[in-house]
Design a protein around this ligand. Structure first.
Ligand SMILES: Cc1ncc(COP(=O)(O)O)c(C=O)c1O
Length: 400
């Protein structure tokens, strides 16, 4: 059987064996409920709090209590945006976000608009997918309660100027508070960047930051939300007094322990892994561009996640290419995993101004720390004939 080549690390990563082992040992040995007063509960609680402290320190948070464990990046995004929107509803109903956010943010904003009367400004991006911080400033209204901008884009890898936006909001908020206007809270979706590029929530000036373990070689089903102690939000789940009344539900202790270790390993090896992944991606990118005609690379040339390569192949359908590559044992995806199955071109590729016909032919290769040069060579051998075959049956290519 052919060995599978997994180039879909932005959809999810394969967990580090050490991390999964740690999760299994924790689940086997720390079986108490962290809310219980007896020793079994308190042992579990100690492990949970140790993980919280580790994550807080790795993200540059001032206090460990600013980390709220959740079940996913989606839950973290929902908690930050809905939670802050509901808590600040009497102060304002305007939210600023971007056209290129993940659906966990976009659909949450859409829900707040549809069901709760919020007004949403969707900021445009340039052809590389970058938001202009000046647009954030121009869009602020007296009623703005939240600004949500992603750190790194899941489809094209572009890294947004989140620190600059944070500085700008800090100054704007100083002026707003002096004029008795509501503070515009700042949320950053760091699901694609955590554990890969440097994050310091205080330097970024964020009130909320979303993280998900399965994107940095941790387990699925666990994430966290950084919520600065000054930022008010309503919980999404109501019930017991878990997580300081901010997220009711018995905590996933083994998942939290595993996430903290995965983040620790990710931060420790980020520079080394990033350099290796970047050289693999560059080899793949230049190999594709030299072997195949009518291809456009989407995303910023330098301000981009090391492993992300979004390539739009003219005269073919991205879904067909994904299937053709899968038959050869290569796993890639068309844009966002959550949007695949839909025939509409991706909202991100559309937002950067890629013409619809070309946008339909875009696929995402996302490389990770377990990929090798040999795999890149194999993909460079498999891809050109696969593209040629699909173009041969494309009426558009024939009439070119
Ligand atoms: C930028 C971004 N935000 C949020 C999410 C959702 O994370 P999760 O899969 O943990 O719910 C993803 C997942 O692809 C993502 O890429």
């Amino acid at each position: 059987m052919k060995k599978r080549i997994y180039f879909d690390n932005n959809a999810t990563t394969f967990a580090i064996p050490e991390v999964i082992e740690l999760m299994a040992v924790t689940a086997r040995t720390l079986c108490g409920n962290p809310s219980s007063v007896h020793s079994a509960g308190q042992e579990a609680k100690a492990a949970l709090e140790e993980s919280r402290e580790k994550i807080a320190s790795l993200l540059g948070a001032a206090k460990s209590s600013e980390i709220v464990f959740t079940a996913s990046g989606t839950e973290s995004d929902n908690t930050a945006i809905k939670g802050a929107a509901f808590a600040n509803r009497s102060r304002g109903n305007h939210i600023i976000t971007t056209l290129v956010e993940h659906h966990a943010v976009l659909n949450t904003c859409e829900y707040l608009s549809r069901e709760h009367g919020f007004e949403i400004t969707y900021l445009p991006v340039d052809t590389h997918g970058l938001v202009d911080p000046a647009d954030v400033e121009k869009s602020l209204r007296d009623t703005t309660v939240m600004v949500s901008v992603m750190h790194a884009n899941n489809e094209i890898g572009t890294i947004e100027p989140v620190e600059e936006i944070g500085r700008l909001l800090k100054n704007a908020n100083r002026r707003r508070e002096a004029a008795s206007k509501p503070r515009a809270l700042y949320h950053v979706d760091a699901v694609q960047s955590a554990g890969k590029i440097d994050i310091n929530v205080q330097k970024m000036g964020v009130d909320f930051l979303s993280v998900s373990a399965h994107k940095f070689y941790g387990p699925k089903g666990v994430g966290c939300l950084y919520a600065s102690s000054g930022a008010d939000f309503h919980p999404l789940l109501h019930g017991g007094h878990h997580e300081g009344n901010r997220r009711a539900s018995t905590e996933n202790v083994a998942g939290a322990v595993a996430m903290a270790r995965a983040l620790e390993l990710g931060v420790a090896s980020a520079a080394q892994d990033g350099a290796k992944i970047l050289s693999l991606r560059q080899k793949l990118e230049s190999g594709i561009l030299s072997a195949i005609s009518d291809v456009r690379v989407n995303g910023h040339p330098s301000e981009r996640l090391a492993g992300t390569l979004n390539a739009a192949f003219d005269y073919l359908d991205g879904e067909s290419l994904v299937v053709a590559l899968d038959m050869e044992g290569v796993c890639v995806s068309t844009g966002s995993a959550c949007a695949s199955g839909s025939t509409d071109p991706s909202h991100v590729i559309t937002a950067i101004g890629c013409p619809p016909a070309l946008a339909r032919g875009s696929i995402r290769f996302s490389l990770g720390k377990f990929n090798t040069e040999r795999e890149v060579d194999n993909v460079l051998a498999i891809l050109p004939p696969a593209v040629k075959k699909l173009r041969a049956i494309s009426p558009l290519y024939k009439s070119k």
